[in-house]
Design a protein around this ligand. Sequence first.
Ligand SMILES: [Zn+2]
Length: 257
Amino acid sequence: MLRAFIDTTAAGVAVTARAVLDALLPPQCPITGDTVSAPGVLSAKGWSQIRFIDDPVCAGCGAPFAYNHGEGVQCGACHADKHSFDSARAAILYDDASHKLVVSFKHGDRTEFAPMFGKWLARAGASLINEQSIVIPTPLHPRRLAVRRYNQAALIAGFAANDLGCAYAPQGLTRTRATQPQKLLSEDARKRNVAGAFAVREEMIELVRDAHIIVVDDVLTTGATVSACARALKKAGAARVDALVLARVARGGADAI
Ligand SMILES: [Zn+2]
């Protein structure tokens, strides 16, 4: 508790310092560092480095394919290792440029980019939705939320749901225990780390039953986090769970088999 208090205070000081700096300095592109016309926009050079994911993609995990293999075809990784979500779609590739963008948003308080990310997500997720779809973000553990003060997945999920015209349930899922940051772990360790770490909130079970849920997260690496969320949602009776993420890692050699 004391540690959480100290962390929160430190973050508060950092934010105050940042707010003062923002008022003094012109807005910068988080990718190139160039001065831009307004907060929440990228420089032309930054834009040109973002790689949007377009068809053809794996029908399972949304990994980009080099060639169109036909409708419904899944990549080798999806055949080898079944995930618990029905399908996933990502807006952009996670590479050096988008890493800078995501890190500034997630850890640098650059939340002014959330509306733009919402539009990117809506573009990538348009083929997933129907009239009954409900958007739910991956939750943060309350302790981490206290330090960061915002759930980056919930921020972009809210804008995406609005742009998609979907219902939005920001409190649909909860973390039942704290987990280590996934970025430090191997693929197997990631699965173990988040196994059973999520649950549908008691008051949301009625909403989730027989519903189509779209779980929104910022980055998909192995898919362990959204898979664990999908398992919790299906356990609560969800009919279908798809994942929609801002950026995904392109797996080497991810192509159809
Ligand atoms: Zn796949």
